[in-house]
Write a protein that binds this ligand. Structure first.
Ligand SMILES: [Fe+2]
Length: 165
């Protein structure tokens, strides 16, 4: 193989098939992640009670991690030469995560709502993982696997908080 053939071959490897299924799954996960970010912010601001400090801090840790991850999802779309959806109205329409009322609620209600929201985001992450696997897009699959891992860990923590309450 000549050196030119080698580099042509390398570029073929680095440009995996970019199916619309992968892009669509990335966009859905981006929207669900943004919606979850909003709900984490709401819970961070409005949670009350004896567990205020630990929940307020935990929600901040989660939304800060998510903020960086959302940027990576959007930039993965751009790397696939697809435009990233943005803006609250656009993203809200694309997401199936529901919103809590902007008022007082028991702390466990915030956590239970976030458990539901995380389960949706995990499902979206798994759907992206499957779409990327089907398209042979290992790089996007890697991103999706990372999302599933992080969110499953957080889900375990939130569910543990709700035990025996
Ligand atoms: Fe804050």
């Amino acid at each position: 193989m000549s050196i030119i053939d080698y580099f042509l071959n390398m570029s073929a490897i680095s440009t995996q098939p970019k199916t619309s299924a992968v892009a669509q799954a990335l966009q859905t996960l981006l929207a669900d992640s943004y919606a979850l970010l909003g709900q984490l912010h709401l819970a961070h601001w409005n949670v009350e009670g004896p567990n205020f400090f630990q929940l307020h801090t935990a929600f901040q840790t989660q939304y800060e991690e998510l903020f960086t991850a959302i940027d990576d999802l959007a930039e993965r779309l751009r790397a696939l030469e697809v435009y990233a959806p943005g803006g609250l109205v656009t993203l809200a329409k694309m997401s199936s995560i529901t919103e809590m009322a902007s008022g007082p609620a028991p702390a466990k209600d915030f956590v239970a709502h976030l458990v539901d929201s995380y389960e949706i985001v995990i499902a979206s992450s798994a759907a992206l993982r499957a779409a990327a696997e089907a398209a042979g897009d290992l790089e996007t699959q890697d991103v999706a696997i990372g999302r599933v891992q992080v969110h499953q860990k957080t889900l375990w923590m939130l569910k543990s908080f709700l035990k025996n309450l």
